[in-house]
Design a protein around this ligand. Sequence first.
Ligand code: UD1
Ligand code: MG
Length: 466
Amino acid sequence: MTSKGLAAMTAAASTPARPLACIILAAGKGTRMKSDMPKVLHQVAGRPMIGHVLAAVSTLDPDQLVVVVGPGMEDVALAVAPYPTAVQERQRGTADAVRAAFGLLEGFKGDVLVLYGDTPLVGVETLRAMIQARRQASDPAVVVLGMRPDDPGAYGRLILNARGGLEKIVEYLDASEQERAVGLCNGGLMAFDGARMFDLINRIGDDNAKKEFYLTDVVQLARAAGMNCAVVEAAPAEVMGVNSRAELAECEKIVQRRLRRAAMDDGATLIDPDTVTFSFDTKLGRDVVVEPYVVFGPGVRVGDRVNIKAFSHLEQATVSDGVQLGPYARLRPGADVGTDAHIGNFVEIKNARVEPGAKVNHLSYIGDARVGARANIGAGTITCNYDGFFKHRTDIGAGAFIGSNSALVAPVRIGDGAIVAAGSVVTKDVDPNALAVARGQQKAVDGFAEKFRKQKAAEKAKKTNG
Ligand code: UD1
Ligand code: MG
């Protein structure tokens, strides 16, 4: 149960308040995914499908919400917590799944929205339109979400009567040639009058091609009892159901197109938008430029005027204003890059704060660390953060200079303004403004090279002549 916000209370002043319950069906085995993971946990734009549905639904601030899962789907229950789940013991069809939620909705009087966990793209405006249609004067017992896809394939077909009302839904397997020719398809989502829904759905049988309890039969039952049924149409892209990996990819494509568009609308330049992959929660500031082939995993925030060069990969990372990133930069979880810092090619940052103006420009690994403001990290520097058992921290002070190809063996601190000589393996703390040299000393042997070459040439001549 969610608490009603102020917005909902003011809205209630104009429209008569009517409670809303939502049921999300997610118990299906998803056989066609050929997966060991429940279908609704497969991700679209870095978030499980069920997460997309929950996000849309929670905007409606429903009074009750139940997710119907199959036995043993604890990971789905975990993913939807704190919303409650009801278990459908055997997958006997969509009507049977809705019935599984009835126990938690006993005595509920209001409107009930039924959604599918495998239909992740549905927008909140469409859900609002369905609820509004349910509350219209003709008082339909059921409102079905319809669509007209280019290829109606195996979707159920919506059969209308002469007055444009919904007469019945036929599943593809049970449809006649004539019915299959109908372009208006069942998107699956439905809005019900709770007062009539429980009785209607309890009457649904399993006399069909699949011997399943089809939720779609509710329409015919309602009509037979003299109740109205209505259709709200939505764009096919929004109602697309995911049943296979190919459809998952299709769905991803649609979401990516939306996310790229939103990023550009918000003031980011995408040089080749089709090559950039976003997550559902990627946040880009103004005047960000994203070069081709950049991947944003979940949890990325980017400030203003940031340049993200080609082939960079970011996840759970924060990038402040004015940062230069990449090409080929990798920001892993906990990377926090301060204002105007530079992170260059083949640099990996994990669980580390790079403070303003610092530079890590080439071929480095910075993990479990702080890089102080304006510090300069030379090419090939590695923080050796792991001893095979535990992770340790490296702390690099402001203005420090780390020479190229240094290994900083954590735990270790480099003081403010200190210099580490190139090629050092630093195992002890370095005081502020000190120089640390931790490498073999260079020896010079005068004339050695010339002598060496002569000797070797003579050896070779002897060998080939003999
Ligand atoms: C269903 C509709 C079809 C519609 C299509 C739209 C029925 C009978 N058919 O078919 O008319 O065109 O969706 O995408 O409703 N589920 C359960 N328990 C079950 C069976 C299913 O929870 O016993 C859940 C699934 O997890 C899924 C949803 O219900 O989220 C839909 O099930 P699915 O098997 O994908 O139905 P479709 O064959 O796609
Ligand atoms: Mg489906």
